[in-house]
Design a protein around this ligand. Sequence first.
Ligand SMILES: *Cc1c(COP(=O)(O)O)cnc(C)c1O
Length: 818
Amino acid sequence: MQNKRFDKVQFKKEVKDNVKVLYRKTIDEATPQQVFQAVAYAVKDVIIDNWLNTQETFKKEDPKTVYYMSMEFLMGRALGNNLINLTAYQEVKEALDEMGFDLNVIEDQEPDAALGNGGLGRLAACFLDSLATLGYSAYGCGIRYRYGMFKQEIRDGYQIEVPDNWLKNGNPFELRRPEYAKEVKFGGYVKVEHDPATGRNNFIQEGYQSVMAIPYDMPIVGYGNGVVNTLRIWDAEAIDTFQLDSFDKGDYKKAVEQENLAKNIVEVLYPNDNHYAGKELRLKQQYFFISASIQAAVAKYKKAHSDIHKLYEKVTFQMNDTHPTVAVAELMRILMDEEGLTWEEAWEVTTKTCAYTNHTIMAEALEKWPIELFSRLLPRIYQIIEEINRRFLIEINEKYPGNQEKVKKMAIIYDGQIKMAHMAIVGGYSVNGVARLHTEILEKQELKDFYEMMPEKFNNKTNGITQRRFLLHGNPLLADWVTAHIGKEWITDLSQIKKLELYADDKKAQAEFMNIKYQNKVRLAKYILEHNNIEIDPRSIFDVQVKRLHEYKRQLMNILHVMYLYNKIKEHPDMEFYPRTFIFGAKAAAGYKRAKLTIKLINSVADVINNDASIEGKLKVVFIEDYRVSNAEWIFAAADVSEQISTASKEASGTGNMKFMLNGAPTLGTMDGANVEIVEEVGEENAFIFGLSADEVINFEKNGGYDPNYYFNTDQEIRQVLMSLINGTFSNDTEMFRDIYDSLLNTNSSDRADTYFILADFKSYAQAQEKVEAAYRDEEKWARMAMLNVARSGKFTSDRTIQQYVDDIWHLDRVKVK
Ligand SMILES: *Cc1c(COP(=O)(O)O)cnc(C)c1O
């Protein structure tokens, strides 16, 4: 171990001192929250030494740095993860034990840093963990939202959104860095001045409003290697009035406006997953953190390098979806207007520095900004985008002379809108999808024209997850068991976990493995009893679907199937049925009506089923409130079945699927996203695959959809399930779930019926579920299957993903810290 170790005696003293200094209390008087703060500051002390040391090493060795630009970082809690990566978890646990505290309880005091919606934000967090662990120089760049993802409460079965005041007790791990503040300008107009000395036009923004972006740095600790990288999230503050230029001095109205601008910009995370709302404030957020981050990156580069033309040799900007893609134009602006480069020089640098990750093909998620809004808010940036577009159209015309169809499909500005994905593709050197199938769909369908014009830019990087959080921290029983069998190399080299295959047929190993799963189910059952007041049987099959609530993810199909099983058990009370607990966890975007109604439906079905004594507890349905990273860790550890049932072609990758696999839950899923690669690794016989293929879905869509009424009319079981949505079975108000019923059958709507092919896939889903039950009944078969899922999960570590980004896109230098 090269990093400074925890001295238990010293650590205990420090915790006591911290309680005294922070709260003027003795350790016995401190509340659990105060003990958490005291422990966190003691841990931060150690981290700071490593942090300084890492930055010192980076300064000396001058490695290339990736700036991972993302509107979202779904970090979860920091304390436990930092202790794990400092390899100090056990010692600190013991030290606290000796002081009479339980580390689990202390960890529980920390609010999740929920600066993200779901998969995209969690991916960013896993990437930071892997970058630090592999020893690469990296910054995460984002926004310090005052309010992160809302807390979800369930009242009377409905989702209620409660503000997430995550900073109310202070954030012990963050560091405010006002010395690196940057000014960000909005609005006004652009004045052009000809400079006779250089013969160039200078572009000067005037009449603007501005805010100060103040960085807060959070340490990202690598596993056992002394590396500490930085997540830099920006807060907004008003410019001090006395800093306004002389013309504005004493301009009270402007001062107030700037105060409000600053306050509003970082106020709250938009709670939409895979959905674009087109709000002006959202564009302000995007430009705010991108401008500040790029200014900071350029300033840092210039401290050590004199030639800005070679920026790309030391810096790369990875844009996590289209949200940060204004980076392309902002970098152009800085290079031309502030660094004095010509257009051609700036374009060369920009197109060697920026790279773009596509996360979805869902039409409603594509960002398009109206010219009117964009040019008013960002006049200089708009000018630059117009020029990028003008030059690109010339290129299109050179390659496809007179082809208006190509212009229409590929232009960056068209029909009064700016298409951010197109700008990212044109202005960057790499475009990647996030799973093999997803990248193929991009190349063959969604981005076909771009792929044909610039195939060299396109590549795939299948997503991954960090095993440090989702096994080592989240499932300590299984982690210890794995280490006991194959050693601890898997912690930093997950391919090693393949060695577990040797034990898949070993009866003793199977029994131990299943016992660990059982312990984890007991732990989750206790959590559910405490938080939901529902008693569940840890001997039942835990069948779990946790992810954002979205129609394409088809939680509706899952609950319809539960209703179908309920009907069967009621009609055939003596039929063989292995007890099953269906566990859901999902937040719906606050404005997404049908998603929220689906939550209500799940809870209404749960109410009826859980309270129907006649089914003798064979079926239980639980909706876990406030699904988030911290409770996710426990949920994955306890799952028997991983529900990954999206409409094929709609889920770009998924990462929840990988967390389940790593924790020994076989996938029940469609051939979508990374499920395809999971099945390829684990073997078809160790997963439960069903449903239409992506090609089949896409073909139906090209030909105007399909007719769900065929299934309704010809299948009496399906009809019975759908009728129970509107006949009072699950609500006294028979109109309660009418919208869901209509959405499936399109009785009076202009949308296509059953857009997500639920009825088309229903029977094949039900059959796959029967296979799950049969497999679970055979204990040895199940243990083997579950263990093989763990053993063959090696590909899905984010360490592998990051190494591929480094090899193919970023070309970073690996650094060793002493
Ligand atoms: C992994 C994760 C997700 C993404 O789940 P998918 O099933 O891939 O959509 C969302 N939220 C949290 C809290 C996660 O940990």
